[in-house]
Design a protein around this ligand. Sequence first.
Ligand code: CP3
Length: 341
Amino acid sequence: MIKNDLFLKALKGETVQRPPVWMMRQAGRYLPEFMAIREKYDFFTRCRTPELASEITVQPIHRYGMDAAILFSDILVIPQAMNIEVEMKPNFGPYLPNPIRTQSDVDRVVVPDVTVELDYVYQAIKATKELLNNEVPLIGFAGSPWTILCYCVQGQGSKTFDKAKEFCFTNPMAAHLLLQKITDTTIAYLKEKVKAGCDVVQIFDSWGGMLSPTDYQTFSWQYINQIIEALKDDAPVIAFAKGCWFALPEMAKSNASALGVDWTCSPENARYLTGGNITLQGNFDPARLLSPPSEIKKMVHQMIDAFGKDKYIVNLGHGILPNIPLDNAKAFIDAVKEYNA
Ligand code: CP3
């Protein structure tokens, strides 16, 4: 049904002419047509207005022709729906005025009816599917429970997420209760996103790398795995855990359709750690898009050769940076389309 099914094929592990390509955080951030919308509407208005969210989602597809679209939204719509106030401050990022610090704070967190609280997301998905006209698949996403806890407890971004870790290590009972509430909400939410039209879902564990390998299993991976198990019959699931190459062997045993890899792990090592059978996604250093276009193209071809063209999705190792020149982003996408095995 979807005209360009390269991405879906790679997720199934099928042989392809060339690997599919998309870029994490491709919707928003660096495109002038996005900046024009951003000048007029604040962040959550853009998320909550289906006409705006769908328009922003298709902008990069129209400009560059990636093989998949990712819905314009944010991982922090989940805590908002759970009765936790979240603001997006310009030039600062997420700000949660009442961070969670105690058991009674956790008790006040609700597991909402996601069909009601997050209805605007499903409306945005339906509007986006109309605009996409079945050209390419649509990715829906959520943060991992640990990454969501990081913001809920810390109250803002952080280089260390020290308060989030302190909460987990001094009050593990309350932390696990919160993680489970987030997990239950996320499962229901992602199922609704698939029902509304998302073809694939990705879980972003942006702050997994803050944890030691042992703590990663305890506070992050077991909850991500619950989500994968709950979603596996609904849609392919991609698990991206930044800074977590150490967890790849465990992750490869799961029912995820693909695993994301950041740029600190070589393609060879990622294949070795995952046993060579599961589809991998990544892992171009986002800052390398600052190199001249000819160099970007050479490096992309080397990256595809190193991962192998099958069971592979070309992507960045984390989100695209806001200061990437338009021609450099184009070189990244074009390099993949020009690839000949
Ligand atoms: O491809 C896309 O951009 C789709 C939409 C998308 C956004 N956020 C829009 C956004 C996605 C997939 C996200 C995920 C997200 N949000 C993550 C996980 C991925 C990652 O980058 O690690 C995280 C940790 C967040 C939380 C968040 N939202 C932060 C830290 C910030 C501020 C800094 C930043 O990334 O720009 C946001 C705001 C945000 N989310 C913006 C956009 C386009 C920028 C603010 C704005 O447009 O006004």
